[in-house]
Design a protein around this ligand. Structure first.
Ligand code: UDX
Length: 439
């Protein structure tokens, strides 16, 4: 079976490499020629656990994976074409230009049946509009007889666990109007389906909205527990036990109830904004999602005052930030809480030293205006620090040597924004401890 994937960003690359590893002949296409050249040499543009190894096997061993920057070649390579290009949100409006550019190329180049599978997160109704665009292009070419389908097949990959999320998803959602399209797409997912992964077949609009609604609900859970954490701090409750108690209710579930500095990443902020904007355009107010966006913004700002209060930060104080990526096991800093926290601290004229195992290059490159001292390890980052702040819960930050850190800090204050440590233990090491929603 052959498949083309257009867009080798995060979703496209993971989808392409995983499908190739499952025995499908995959041609990945991207208009960024430098990226394609690097990929042909086995160099990944993103960090994702296991992806590199998987790609190497596909390139070297079973040769089921290739790359091109020629979209026409990708269109002719297979009758199944995945679209996985980026759809940025600007002012709560999702920009789908890249998706329609690909649909246009398909309408102009196709010479036989095509199943167009949209994996990009797009406003409700986009798949139907793509269909109309392709139909009109075929009409203009006098090729009205050519058959095709366009379906929605949203992805639910999490950065840091994307390969596993693709191979073992909780569900596969197919938004289609034609049996033929559903049957063909099920053949692509034959491996996952044979493992018992449930498939939801619905209309395109429902599939498109299910993606936004899922992300918005997960973001809601996070903002909810963050607000409960704030309340816990005022009433001597422990948010970790509150979350445990909640999660024991199967209707609530114990996932995504970890309090922290607020959610970040390339999806939750983008998708909640796009969902609110889309609803507004359709005359429906999503007051809860709007409140989640506002709550998350305020929560990140609240972390700055938490840090300043804990360490009595004043001008020229030095604050150490451990973790810049929006979550562990990725170099992605998009909407990372570290950005709001560092900006807030610099605004108070504090000095900031930072260390992150993978994300410092991206921070330097995309945030050159932030005057941060980047350090090569934890110890140097904590030297002469008035306050150590754990922002991202990288594995290596769960084993800090407080005895050694005590010798190098200016002031022994530890603000644990991910509640990684037992407060009593850190205090026993001679540090003042401040968590999120814990005493
Ligand atoms: C998310 C969705 O989980 C995924 O299904 C979708 O396809 C893309 O967006 P991702 O953004 O990669 O995935 O990471 P995720 O693990 O969901 O974390 C998102 C943010 O929420 C991170 O900043 C994380 O630190 C935060 N988070 C997550 C919490 O603060 N508490 C939690 O309990 C879980």
């Amino acid at each position: 079976m052959d498949v083309s994937i257009i867009g080798t960003g995060y979703v496209g690359l993971v989808t392409g490499v995983c499908l190739a590893s499952l025995g499908i002949n995959v041609l990945c296409c991207d208009r960024d020629e430098d990226k394609i050249k690097a990929l042909k040499n086995g160099i990944l543009p993103i960090y994702e656990p296991y992806l590199g190894k998987l790609m190497e096997n596909c390139l070297r061993k079973n040769e089921r994976l290739d790359f091109t920057s020629d979209t026409k070649q990708a269109v002719s390579h297979s009758n199944i074409i995945f679209i996985a290009v980026n759809t940025p949100t600007v002012d709560n409006k999702c920009d789908v230009e890249n998706v329609f550019d690909v649909a246009k190329t398909i309408g102009i180049e196709m010479e036989g049946y095509k199943l167009v599978v949209n994996k990009s997160t797009v406003p409700v109704g986009t798949v139907r509009q793509m269909k109309e665009l392709i139909r009109s292009l075929l009409y203009q070419r006098g090729k009205n007889d050519l058959e095709f389908d366009v379906v929605s097949n949203p992805e639910f990959l999490r950065e840091g666990s994307a390969v596993d999320d693709f191979i073992n998803p909780d569900r596969i959602i197919i938004g289609a109007d034609s049996e033929r399209a559903v049957d063909l797409l099920k053949q692509v997912y034959a491996s996952q389906i044979s493992l018992g992964v449930p498939v939801l077949v619905t209309g395109p609009e429902s599939a498109e909205l299910a993606k936004y609604a899922s992300n918005a609900f997960l973001a809601t859970k996070i903002s909810f527990i963050n607000e409960i954490a704030n309340l816990c701090e005022q009433c001597n409750a422990n948010v970790l036990d509150v979350a445990l108690g909640m999660g024991m209710d199967k209707r609530i579930g114990d996932k995504f109830l970890r309090p922290g500095p607020g959610f970040g990443g390339s999806c939750f902020p983008k998708d909640t904004g796009a969902l609110v904007g889309m609803a507004e355009k359709l005359g429906t107010e999503l007051s809860i999602v709007r409140a989640v966006i506002e709550s998350n913004k305020k929560h990140k700002e609240k972390m700055v005052s938490k840090i300043c209060k804990a360490a009595e930060i004043k001008e020229k104080s030095t604050v150490t930030v451990l973790g810049l990526s929006f979550k562990p096991d990725t170099d992605d800093i998009r909407e990372s809480p570290a950005i709001a926290i560092i900006s807030g601290l610099l605004g108070k004229k504090a000095g900031v030293k930072a260390y992150d195992p993978m994300a410092m290059d991206n921070f330097r490159k995309f945030l050159p205006h932030l005057d941060v001292t980047y350090c090569t390890d934890v110890l140097s980052a904590c030297t002469r620090s008035h306050c150590i702040v754990l922002v991202t819960e990288w594995e290596q930050f769960s084993k800090l040597d407080f005895k050694q850190l005590k010798k190098v800090v200016e002031k022994p204050v530890f603000v644990d924004l991910r509640n990684v440590y037992d407060p009593a233990y850190v205090r026993s090491m001679g540090f003042k401890y401040e968590g999120v929603g814990v005493k």
